[in-house]
Design a protein around this ligand. Structure first.
Ligand code: FMN
Length: 183
């Protein structure tokens, strides 16, 4: 038997890729916002898609500069991940307020967050397709992972390498088991 899921909750059936912290650098200072709605689009060239609501200060920062970094927090950063998603950087320096450390990226001005375990430096692809949905498509121009957390995949079975997955509202989950199946 299947039960009806209200359409207002349909996104929650899909939405548990890693929750990310998107950093930007605009008007001389860095900003960071939490984004759960993100996905890979292509391998070669590597491309990603994410939704940044137009009310968010990050929307302005990313649109005006054409650059951002996707930072991947681990379970240890859950509290700060939620905090960065509940306060706007319009007036507050979230790096200072939530004690996050900006470090230089290689190919973009937006910073990496030192405390995160993965980073994708991104350049915006301008597209008419994206206007109606605050959808950002971007090329990945450099990628990093914290040593010991990633080989050809996240080492989610290790402490310190568990990514954060948002189930909607106040619910989060974390990878707990690894299964390897040859194919
Ligand atoms: C767990 C979580 C997930 C979120 N996912 C998104 C998202 O996918 N897209 C989005 O635009 N905002 C999302 N938000 C809300 C923004 O992070 C929030 O509005 C933030 O304060 C915007 O910051 P800014 O004004 O400094 O850009 C999320 C918040 C939380 C707590």
């Amino acid at each position: 038997m299947k039960v009806k899921v209200p359409l207002s909750k349909a996104s929650r059936l899909l939405n548990h890729g890693p929750t990310i912290l998107v950093t930007s650098f605009y008007k001389g200072r860095p900003n960071v916002q939490t984004v759960a709605w993100n996905m890979p689009l292509d391998y070669d060239p590597p491309r990603v898609a994410l939704v940044i609501g137009s009310d968010n200060y990050s929307y302005e920062c990313v649109t005006k500069t054409g650059e951002f970094v996707i930072n991947i927090p681990s379970l240890e950063l859950l509290e700060k991940t939620v905090q960065c998603g509940t306060v706007s950087g319009r007036k507050v320096d979230k790096f200072k307020k939530f004690k996050l450390t900006p470090i230089p990226a290689k190919n973009v001005k937006a910073p990496l967050i030192e405390e995160c375990i993965g980073h994708l430096e991104c350049r915006l692809i301008k597209s008419k397709l994206t206007r109606d949905y605050d959808l950002f498509l971007a090329d990945v121009v450099y990628a990093w992972a914290e040593e010991g957390t990633f080989t050809d995949r996240w080492l989610v079975e290790k402490k310190g390498a568990k990514t954060i997955h948002h189930l909607g509202g106040e619910y989060f989950t974390f990878p707990d088991k690894l299964k390897i199946r040859e194919w």
